[in-house]
Design a protein. Structure first.
Length: 557
């Protein structure tokens, strides 16, 4: 690994900035040989920059990757030649394909590791260290889920070891779960000298007791996600998973406050439209800049035909693969994507979503050459308020509400699945209620009227694979279908990983795809093959499309 990736110091200039500053200097956590040594920088100074920078990757390349892999987005081929052709063909899933996910997340994990290792003799940093353990688990999980084996035990040693070994991915998962347990224990047992985490940009603005209680609920929910990822494992790993699930359920049942998250977990260091650098990176990447001007990605990204047809009652294609959506209009559709003039499978005009089939260009089947308007990203992705009018209003609200790290919809769907899969452990969780609450929460975040959501829930109640009815397998399909919709434009890479775990929901390949399925993992970036060649596994592009010893451990069965 690159030397500077794991020898982490914070810019000396940051020490003169407010802990919630949104300046480039503060948010960029890099090497500086003139700065004080990393071990002498307190965790409270590292935390906001590490979280902010990590979220930039989540709101940028991970947003694009997940939405394209899950066939939620397409490229506007009416105006741009061959948009996203690499993602659609999958012909070059090599060591340059989305390399920025690995190369941008690892330095941030190193920041959290540095916080965790801080010499905390006076216990002032107890809460910050607990937060670091949680955030380290949050982002390291994505490294494992997307790449499998990875450097961990030797990864953050700086100049002492610039070529860290690769650890078994299942072993890393176990360590991450232990980090979450350690974080919860540290919060419970924090010393009286522990400082209130005032530079926290996730759960700031609450009393000390409630503040760290929220971090515990986040930790519990993240642990449930990790353990749920292991739903298909066998043998020793299954025994381990069940033990940890039982212990988690016991803690939840015994604690009247610290259960699972019930509100969006967001990051916000004080986003404003004073400059592009100070804006929420989600809206900056995909809609508007600080001056309100449209960014180039807004013209490129359109709803995919697959997503449009799913939200538009299967009237665009009238395809039997989408029969569960027949005659049900999802009220979230016009909040996720814009309405335009469209045409159904019978040639009847209507106003609604119009997408592009992934891999197509105008003139091919599925993309009519007339009416070049397409559905772009909707207002609800950026602002949930019904009174929001101008893009200036949208920018302001988006900066205020911040970027989503973990949605309450995902939390509820995880709980619904846990209760369905392991009723002996989570039998006190009302699975159907959690399922319905997830849809309502997602609608609320997008700005959908509660009455419209209630109507939708009534309509899907008898639709296996879409509502809470039918066999357990059909309910799993419904959970994943609703998670796909709910995580679109929030955390779609999470949904791509869940798709690989469960095989749901139905997700067609692009017309130009050169493989019959989505990749099961990514290839290690070329920086690893250059700097850590003795340790990095030699993965070919073809190997990521078949299950083998390199596939993430939870998906090898």
């Amino acid at each position: 690994m690159k030397n500077n990736k794991f020898f982490v110091t914070i810019l000396a200039a940051a020490l003169s900035f407010s802990a919630t500053s949104c300046s480039n200097e503060f948010l960029d956590v890099n090497d500086n040989p003139n700065a004080v040594q990393a071990e002498n920088i307190t965790p409270d100074l590292i935390l906001p920059g590490a979280i902010s920078q990590a979220y930039r990757t989540q709101a940028g390349s991970m947003m694009r990757f997940g939405n394209l892999m899950m066939n939620s987005w397409a490229g506007n081929s009416y105006t741009i030649a061959g948009p996203y052709s690499r993602e659609f063909s999958l012909a070059s899933v090599d060591n340059t394909f989305y390399r920025e996910i690995w190369e941008n997340l690892y330095p941030r994990v190193a920041n959290f590791d540095q916080m965790e290792k801080f010499t905390n003799v006076n216990h002032e940093q107890d809460y910050y260290i607990a937060i670091a353990k949680i955030m380290k688990a949050y982002y390291m999980q994505y490294i494992v889920d997307l790449y499998g084996d990875a450097p961990y035990s030797e990864a953050f040693m700086g100049q002492q070891n610039t070529t860290p070994k690769y650890d078994n991915d299942a072993d890393i998962y176990k360590v991450l779960i232990s980090k979450l347990e350690e974080a919860n224990a540290l919060i419970d047992q924090a010393d009286e000298h522990a400082l209130e985490p005032t530079s926290d940009i996730v759960f700031s603005g609450t009393t000390p007791e409630l503040h760290m209680a929220k971090w515990k609920t986040f930790s519990n929910t993240l642990m449930l996600r990790l353990l749920m990822r292991m739903s298909k494992v066998n043998g020793e790993l299954a025994t381990y998973r069940n033990q940890k699930l039982t212990a988690l359920a016991a803690r939840i049942n015994a604690d009247p406050i610290n259960k699972f998250i019930e509100n969006e977990v967001t990051v916000n260091p004080g986003y404003t439209s004073s400059s592009d650098d100070q804006m929420n990176p989600f809206i900056l990447n995909w809609a508007r800049n600080a001056s309100g001007a449209q960014v180039s990605n807004y013209s490129v990204v359109v709803v995919s035909e697959h997503m449009a047809n799913s939200l538009e009652r299967n009237r665009i294609l009238n395809d039997p693969n989408y029969s569960k959506f027949n005659n049900i209009t999802d009220p979230r559709k016009s909040r996720l994507f814009t309405n335009v003039a469209s045409v159904d499978a019978n040639g009847v005009a209507f106003t609604g979503l119009k997408g592009v089939r992934q891999g197509n260009v105008p003139g091919q089947p599925g993309v009519p050459v007339t009416n070049v308007n397409t559905s772009k990203l909707g207002i609800g992705n950026f602002a949930g308020g019904a009174s929001v009018g101008t893009w200036g209003d949208v920018i302001a609200e988006n900066n205020t509400r911040g970027g989503v790290l973990f949605s309450v919809a995902e939390s509820n769907l995880l709980q619904a699945e846990a209760a369905l899969r392991w009723p002996a452990i989570f039998g006190n969780i009302p699975a159907q209620d959690k399922f319905n609450n997830a849809i309502a929460a997602n609608g609320d975040w997008l700005g959908v009227a509660a009455t419209a959501t209630a109507t939708y829930l009534s309509q899907i109640a008898t639709r296996p694979g879409l509502g809470w009815t039918g066999t357990d397998t059909q309910k799993i399909e419904a959970i994943m279908t609703q998670k796909w919709i709910a995580l679109t434009n929030i955390n779609p890479t999470e949904m791509f990983i869940e798709y690989n775990r469960t095989g749901y929901p139905f997700t067609p390949m692009a017309t130009t795809a050169q493989f019959p399925n989505k990749p099961y993992r990514l290839v290690y970036p070329n920086s690893e093959y250059a700097a850590n060649s003795a340790n990095v596994p030699n993965i070919s592009s073809a190997q990521v499309f078949v299950k083998n010893q390199y596939t993430p451990f939870w998906n090898q069965n």
